[in-house]
Design a protein around this ligand. Sequence first.
Ligand code: SF4
Length: 647
Amino acid sequence: MKTICPFCGVGCGIDVSENGVRGADYITNRKSMCIKASILPEIRELERLTSPMINFENVEWRKATNQVADKIKSTIRKYGKNAVGFYIGAQIPTEDQYVATKLGKGIIGTGVFDSNVRLCMSSAASALKFSLGTPLPTADYDDIDEAENILLIGVNPASNFPVLWNRILKRKNREKAKVVVVDPVITDTAESADIHVHIRPGTDLILISGIASALIEHGDADLSELEGKEEFVNFAKRWYPSKASMITGVPEETIRDLANLLENRTLFMWGMGVNQTINGTDTGIAIITLAKISGNLYGNGRGILPLTGQHNSMGAREAGALAGMLPGFRYVDNERDVEFVEDFWGVPRYTVSRKYWTITDLHKLVEDRKIKLLWIIGTNPVVSVPESRRFKDALSYIDTVIVQDVHMTETAAEADVILPAAGWGERDGICTSGDKTVSYLPTMNSPPGEAKPDWLILSEVGLLLGAENMEFSSTSDIFQEMKEIFRNTMLDLKDLNYSSLGGGYRREFIPGKVRTKGFNVDLLEYLDYNSFNLITIRLSTQWNTTTKTGKSWKLNMLTNLPKDVVMISLEDAKEFKLEDGDLVKIRSRENCLLARVKVSKGLQRRVLYMPFHWGLANALMDWKADPISKEPAFKQLYITLHKADEN
Ligand code: SF4
């Protein structure tokens, strides 16, 4: 049967049969796939949650949903609606995210509702929204096949998006497209690049400004129809190429060469190396502006395409699951949008909270005992959020923690109520890949035990809360409602239905006004070259918090790294007299832990790499975040490191 791989935002079409999994001839991947998709059948039934539980005792569904509804009612009565929080994942179909959003924001009316997309993509979404008015990229994956230059900034597709990387390599090898990689680390991607711009960590914004400055200086910048151009030009002129070179460590000549390259069709891609910094949104805006002034914002082989980590991150934006958003790319800070959604859902005026809190605020609310009930759906924050150990401890301050998930996770182990959810292939729905392709995921198997689709659980609780508009008979029913709320927006699904989505539907980007600005850069505030800069990474053989990939013997064997590994440069290893396997103590401003050294030739001095999959790196992080997107700066933690005594 044809379906979509549920891991990354490439959204590969796959054929699943008794013989295993094969890449399908689909719009996003053209028969390719990576090793992660191959493990899907083997792990589907392992360590599943199969019965609702209260205090780890199996109970009937009726008892569990009644308990959830009663707790929500009593919490609102005693403490108000913002004492109820939701935190949901982007691995579930858009229909399920939409129903969760409707229940949380539209029926309960809490402002404490966020998506785990906050941790990976919200800076890119904020930049797109600011500059283009909508959080959609202008390019799609087919533009790779027409680009003359592919500029990859802070992203490692060779490891994280192998299918796209193979397509990029094909373009490079057959058509001589130039691949330019901006990265502080010699990654697998950087090793194969035509130009590796070996930048100092955290200085991408200055590099982009230096390139823009060179274009402006030569009169090659098209500044027409660009709102805010004066502020941008003033900023870019302050960071002229020779000055940008001093800060970024990139030779001035390279900066000028990059400006010259932009004469040709250029595709701009970026990832977590940009998003997870304290100026991720501003850097995204600067990249979009550079694409605009070099004539590369639209057209075949041109455009901007930030890569999305999770397979349905775009669905989270569409469903309005992020804090501050509502379905159909509507926003809480736009009163007309809020009133439209309230009327559409048929709820009284001012039901939807005009204030909102992100996951970056939530941890504080929890510690301040403001959250009395937290409903976590399809995500594992006990491992994935900054200061994860502290977050885990803080969950004990909450009266009722509800976890709805497919597998037993570290977060589910902290729950008062567990609701078992149907997983990939056990319920249908749509998802949207990083290049705006909407795909249909069919049902292939029944869920094990008593597990149910997320939307059905949410709908049942909504009905118990007395909300008749939470009644849905099927996913098609939800799809029809979403189509109505998306109508006349960029997300309009026109006359599409599940069967016509079989080949995938790629949304068009409709060009409009482009906006830019100047930026405040306080280098002293965020650059510290005396300490180590710890960068968290994702490995090619694991996925997020390993709730799925960690169950595959094949992937675990290929991962072949200790869970407490920290990678260090040859230079630093020599200076600190460290060898592979040595124990080191790592101390950040807030936290401290022990890790095992692996010396790595790709790293530059004072840069450390640590996989985030097993939670150790996240335990070390703090909640420092981009001030606009509130995305935590997982790529900018300054730490000290000392050799530790084995005893
Ligand atoms: S590239 Fe991403 S979507 Fe494609 S098979 Fe691999 S993990 Fe799945």
